[in-house]
Design a protein around this ligand. Structure first.
Ligand code: AMP
Ligand code: GLY
Length: 420
């Protein structure tokens, strides 16, 4: 089988790696991939909004199945387009992708099916938003409706801050805004919870805890994710049952009642308060860096799982997991998530000696004249799995120190709540 992967991050390199060890894979193509994927697959440069071009390349390379990593092509309807052209694809269709593409779509679904989430209001103009905020108790959360690359959420400590958020959103900071979401601030601990679904059946696909803030102690600006560990320390049987029954199942039912289905990974971003789950947001894909911690724990052949999903056969697959836990530290470019420099060579990669069970997944990297250069905010993911995460974390820090990339920054405290 020839498989194509859409995307270029650490998540996609991890997916590529898991497919590579499947005995049924012949060739892997990454659209466009990164320096890491170029060592194990063929990278193809492409503008991912050009669906026609992508179709041509898929046919040209005889690709049998496409796996979509990031949200944008999903929300843009790439799955619908490929299916219409009789190309096998793993990922949710455009309607189902609204779970991530529109926060208001998800909130309305929560309301209709009684899914626990923060109380909220939807407003369609500045005046009404402000008069509502005037009566609120702070902190409060103001959100842009659509995709905003993780930047459309404002946790507002004061009226002044929230007024600024409303103005920025309605003034088009994240594209045209017809509506805005204002919601209650939930205080608890976050958890990333995953399922995989073939449209008829679903299976739990692990949990993780992501560290989204740039600074140690979970302080500073929000990022795409500075590191993660899996499984989440919050996971327990009782909580899993509540998440599936109160959140996941009503959501899948809601989509069915809209005459659609969910095929792919569904990622519930949850706030856990006293062992009760509340839905903060949905993502219609694997998390990044969560994926880099979850896939190394999967014992079952990953390709068999994906293929079963595309043929509505997931029920026949038994998902098996290694007992070890995993942890990922993200090495970023200095300055991220604000301004940072690209095109800085990453030397010494060959000096990193990986033990069994350790991985370096590339994210923002590219190859030029056989050398690796930085090409994004999040650059490399250092991952290991073991029975002792504290030792694992030290091992990863040593690897990053061996690399000694002078433009790099990373958090040394990933998973700190585990060791408190
Ligand atoms: P989102 O893009 O919806 O995941 O939001 C980004 C981050 O903002 C989340 O990971 C949470 O840390 C935080 N957040 C979003 N909504 C809320 C809420 N209602 N209460 C508390 N924190 C929230
Ligand atoms: N790690 C957060 C995300 O993938 O959205």
């Amino acid at each position: 089988m020839n498989v194509g992967i859409i995307g270029s991050g650490g998540r996609e390199h991890a997916i590529c790696n898991s497919l590579k060890i499947s005995r049924r894979i012949k060739e892997i193509y990454c659209f466009p991939g990164n320096a890491g994927t170029s060592f194990i697959a063929k990278n193809i440069e492409i503008d991912l909004t050009n669906f026609e071009k992508l179709k041509k390349l898929i046919k040209q390379f005889n690709i049998d199945l496409i796996i979509i990593g990031p949200e944008k092509p999903l929300v843009d309807g790439l799955v619908d387009f490929l299916k219409k052209n009789e190309i096998k694809v793993f990922g949710p269709n455009k309607i189902a992708s609204q779970l991530e593409g529109s926060k208001i779509f998800t909130k309305n679904l929560c309301k209709k099916y009684n899914i626990p989430t923060a109380n909220f209001g939807v407003f369609n103009n500045i005046k009404e938003s402000l008069s509502f905020l005037d009566k609120c108790i702070f902190p409060i959360v103001v959100k842009a409706d659509g995709l905003a690359a993780g930047k459309g959420v404002y946790i507002c400590e004061s009226l002044e801050h929230s007024i600024n958020a409303v103005n920025e959103i309605f003034n088009g900071k994240f594209g045209e805004a017809k509506n805005i979401l204002i919601e209650e601030f939930l205080k608890g601990e976050e958890m990333s919870f995953f399922i995989i679904s073939d449209g008829e059946n679903y299976k739990k696909f692990g949990s993780a805890q992501d560290h989204k803030r740039v600074l140690e102690g979970d302080r500073g600006k929000n990022t795409g994710g500075m590191g993660a560990y899996s499984p989440s320390r919050l996971e327990n049987e009782d909580l899993n049952k509540k998440i599936l029954e109160k959140i996941i199942e009503p959501t899948l039912k809601g989509l069915k009642e809209l005459n659609t289905e969910f095929v792919g990974f569904l990622y519930a971003g949850l706030m856990i308060i006293k062992n009760e789950p509340f839905l903060i947001e949905y993502n219609v894909r694997m998390g990044d860096p969560e994926c880099q911690t979850i896939l190394p724990r999967l014992k079952t052949d990953f390709f068999e799982v994906i293929e079963a999903c595309t043929s509505k056969n997931l029920r026949e697959i038994k998902l098996e997991w290694f007992e070890e836990k995993s942890i990922c530290i993200v090495l970023c470019s200095k300055g991220y998530p604000d301004k940072y420099q690209n095109n800085i060579e990453i030397k010494n990669l060959e000096k990193i000696k990986l033990e069994n069970n350790s991985f370096v997944y590339h994210a923002g990297t590219k190859i030029k004249d056989s050398n690796v250069y930085s090409n994004g905010g999040r650059v490399l993911n250092f991952v290991t799995k073991s029975k002792n995460l504290k030792e694992s974390r030290n091992d990863l820090i040593n690897l990053i120190n061996d690399l000694n990339w002078e433009n790099g920054y990373f958090r040394k405290d990933i998973g700190f709540k585990l060791f408190e």
